[in-house]
Design a protein around this ligand. Structure first.
Ligand SMILES: *Cc1c(COP(=O)(O)O)cnc(C)c1O
Length: 381
């Protein structure tokens, strides 16, 4: 039996090799490696894809977050309300600027920030809300934007896992002041190294991000602000441009795989969608909010006996992964910020129970069935 990894980038590359190779050759012929026409073309294509006015290519998703927070003028001592259940960079970017991440617990069904808890966390130091669209499904942006408007706060979307997701027809990255994307190789649209994008609708904010992306040079060697080197490589842009036309089909394949998993677990009785039974079953399925399109960057289930299940999957050569084992408020580096166990009980529980199963677009129905059967075998003993 062939292994089923959590993600198989070689399988994807086999389907697009010629297009990617010609994109790489184009950049090598041009010998233009940083920013320039390939990056500008990608910026326009991603902006159009997200329904935004502009895109600013940057060096990573982490730098997209950092430069966005710099662009809104975040100062030491300011507070930013965010999710405790995310990749580290979400909170790291805030702390690097001397500001304080204020963690508001998640909704256990969607693993996204619980918007109903945000308003109580606002203080006079709050400058922004930084929701994360985890796993490919958007946070409750209507509620978040309404709160932000009432209190005069910026909203920056961490959309690193949500390129192409939407909320009532509006794409991730297009609803708030700035959207942050990552093209890390394992993301739904991944490059051959690090890169990212900031999306914007406000021309002044977009201009500020563009200025800060390149040391605040304007013109070169005349610095209007202290920025950094957050520039995007042309090679990444060219490769991403070759892959972008495939993204819709890849998303459809991920959604098909999610539907297959769901059907299997429900039919086999290992999961339930009835609210009273949902938590009693060994597998708790990701809940689709119905607000818009879930692009299934990850297929996260909550499970009983996670360590045992992971070992069983591994013994059957099936990959799985924990995103994330430690909620951000309990990270060692944030000790001394005053957070303690019990502050965000849902995030703490998610960190103990979630498991991501393979859902990459190149998986076929037989492979999905094998993963599901392997889980079923584990829980029927
Ligand atoms: C991947 C990711 C990031 C960071 O992106 P990089 O390109 O790896 O720097 C930030 N936030 C979330 C939610 C992510 O998934």
């Amino acid at each position: 039996m062939n292994p089923i990894p959590i993600l198989d980038l070689k399988a994807q590359y086999a389907t697009i090799r010629a297009e990617v190779e010609s994109a790489i050759a184009r950049v090598m012929e041009s010998q233009h490696f940083i920013l320039g026409p390939e990056v500008e073309a990608l910026e326009q294509e991603i902006a159009a894809y997200c329904g935004c006015q502009s895109g600013i290519g940057v060096s990573s998703g982490t730098d997209a977050l950092l430069v966005s927070l710099m662009a809104i003028g975040l100062q030491p001592g300011d507070e930013v309300i965010t999710s405790p259940y995310s990749f580290f960079a979400t909170a790291g970017a805030i702390v690097r600027l001397g500001a304080r991440p204020v963690f508001v617990d998640i909704d256990l069904d969607t693993l996204n920030i619980d918007a109903s808890l945000i308003e109580a966390a606002i203080t006079e130091r709050t400058r922004a809300i930084l929701p994360v669209h985890l796993a490919g499904q958007m946070a409750d942006m209507d509620a978040i934007m309404a709160i932000a408007n009432r209190h005069g706060l910026y909203v920056i979307e961490d959309a690193c896992q949500a390129l192409g997701a939407d909320f009532g027809g509006r794409r991730a990255g297009s609803i708030s002041h700035l959207g942050c994307f990552s093209f890390f190789p394992s993301k739904n649209l991944g490059g051959a190294g690090d890169s990212g994008m900031v999306t914007a609708n406000d021309p002044a904010l977009a201009d500020r991000v563009a200025l800060l992306r390149n040391h605040g040079h304007r013109p070169k060697y005349y610095n209007q602000a202290v920025g950094g080197n957050f520039r995007m490589d042309a090679l990444q842009a060219a490769i991403l441009r070759a892959k972008l036309p495939h993204l819709e089909a890849w998303t459809a394949a991920r959604q098909r795989n999610a539907t297959l998993y769901r059907q299997f677990f429900l039919d086999a009785g290992f999961a339930s969608e009835t609210p009273e039974l949902r938590e009693q079953k060994p597998v708790i399925l990701p809940r689709e909010t119905g607000w818009g399109r879930h692009i299934y960057h990850l297929y996260q289930v909550r499970v009983q006996n996670r360590a045992g299940l992971m070992a069983h999957l591994k013994a059957n050569q099936i990959g799985s992964e924990i995103y994330y084992p430690v909620p951000l408020h309990l990270q060692a580096c944030f000790e001394g910020m005053g957070y303690a166990k019990g502050d965000c009980p849902n995030a703490e529980r998610a960190a103990e129970e979630t498991l991501a199963l393979p859902i990459y677009p190149e998986m076929n129905e037989i492979q999905i069935q094998r993963v599901a059967d392997t889980l079923a075998k584990f829980y029927s003993h």
